[in-house]
Design a protein around this ligand. Structure first.
Ligand SMILES: NC(=O)c1ccc[n+]([C@@H]2O[C@H](COP(=O)([O-])OP(=O)(O)OC[C@H]3O[C@@H](n4cnc5c(N)ncnc54)[C@H](OP(=O)(O)O)[C@@H]3O)[C@@H](O)[C@H]2O)c1
Length: 365
């Protein structure tokens, strides 16, 4: 099969003929129809993000495709079913503390690396081999909509955080990093889940105005200045009442003061979920006041990716029309154009923009 192979962090992909993956017990082979290229993929592939990936690798992070072959442990999947290839692969030999690898993308700790050696290659190829439980049916879709469904990779991240925080319809959410790629997806997902109000802070006024235009009155934007106390007060003032939950999705370049400005705007007994990349490349600690946490009964938790059940739940939100894929601006590339796709993704980062590689010739859309 054809695939984009990353052989060295100093070189672009080689587009090459490689052996097709072979299915073993507990696995599914998927024909990849569309695979998203995240805006910071260039920083992962050139080593700037210091993600632990062993080379050579066929990278990628999640995909939409059709089942080519499944094994006897699959009791529902049929050949041709449309599936989302969930990149979050968990080891199966520790129910309490599974190791995690993001297939084709990243890993956590030594166990994650061991798992990565087996579930190594991602979806920047014509076929991908995934654990059976990671080929999640999304129902019938029109082939030309496959690239749009790649938005699952982005939207599932904040959805995972919102489910982890038991976010409820009617509640007020503050999204730290709301003007970013994942942050803006969080705004859309929270509204689809019935958020009463989403407070959206940011510095980019054009994007703030765009969020208001897209989502109307349930979104309250806040222009932040970089002054921690002042910004926190502005966020509190923007909300119609107490802020029930804060979800942070700031990137590694943002300072911890920006995280803390948002985080400490939460109400007493409130919940905070940390999902961003802050601190991944070093920098100051978060330094939260012990008495503030204790006296206010605050819950702070981290979340990486989402639980397996989040995928069918989100597919249902999309299929019901509660969460729309139509406002996403998609640019597609063929496999031969994989290097161009990575450059395009970096140059066109931002809310509701998506770059997609289509390894097989399918209609765009
Ligand atoms: N936990 C997980 O499972 C998971 C999964 C995927 C990704 N992530 C993390 O999510 C992070 C965000 O990714 P992304 O692609 O959405 O990033 P992005 O698009 O670059 O997000 C930029 C956001 O950060 C804000 N920002 C940047 N520097 C800032 C500063 N100095 N002060 C205040 N705000 C600042 C921007 O605000 P303005 O533009 O308005 O200034 C914008 O809202 C990634 O870096 C990754 O580490 C986590």
């Amino acid at each position: 099969m054809r695939a984009a192979v990353l052989k060295s962090l100093d070189e672009p992909f080689a587009i090459a003929d490689v052996p097709a993956p072979e299915m073993r017990t507990g696995e599914v082979i998927v024909d990849v129809v569309a695979a998203p290229v995240l805006s910071y993929a260039n920083e992962v592939f050139n080593g700037a993000r210091r993600y632990p990936i062993e080379l050579p690798i066929i990278p990628g992070c999640g995909a939409i495709g059709r089942v080519r072959t499944s094994g006897p442990d699959a009791t529902h999947l049929k050949v041709g079913d449309w599936v989302f290839c969930d990149p979050t692969v968990r080891s199966r030999d520790d129910a309490l503390m599974p190791d995690i690898v993001l297939q084709g993308w990243s890993a956590r700790g030594d166990g994650g690396l061991r798992l990565q050696r087996y579930y190594h290659d991602g979806p920047f190829g014509e076929q991908v081999r995934v654990p059976t439980e990671n080929a999640v049916r999304i129902g019938d879709i029109e082939p030309e909509r496959a690239s749009r469904w790649c938005a699952l990779t982005v939207m599932l991240v904040p959805y995972g955080g919102l489910l982890a925080a038991s976010f409820q319809a009617g509640e007020t959410l503050l999204v730290s990093g709301a003007t970013g790629n994942f942050g803006s997806a969080c705004v859309a997902v929270a509204l689809a889940m019935g958020a009463g109000c989403v407070v959206a802070p940011g510095r980019n006024e054009r994007v703030l105005a765009d969020l208001e235009r897209r989502f109307g009155e349930r979104v309250r934007t806040v222009r932040i200045s970089g002054n921690e106390e002042e910004d926190r007060e502005r966020m509190r003032q923007a909300a119609p009442g107490a802020i029930d939950c804060v979800l942070d999705l700031l990137p590694p370049s943002a300072p911890t003061t920006a995280v803390r400005a948002a985080l400490m705007a939460v109400r007493p007994y409130g919940r905070v979920v940390l999902m961003g990349g802050v601190g991944m490349l070093g920098g100051e600690g978060l330094d939260l006041p012990y008495p503030w946490l204790m006296r206010n009964d605050i819950t702070v938790r981290g979340k990486w990716m989402c639980s397996p059940d989040a995928v069918p739940r989100m597919a249902a939100l999309i299929r019901s029309g509660l969460l729309s894929l139509d406002h996403i601006d998609v640019q597609t590339f063929s496999l031969d154009q994989a290097n161009e796709a990575v450059r395009h993704a970096a140059a066109n980062a931002g809310p509701f923009k998506m770059t997609v590689i289509q390894p097989r010739s399918a209609p765009t859309g």
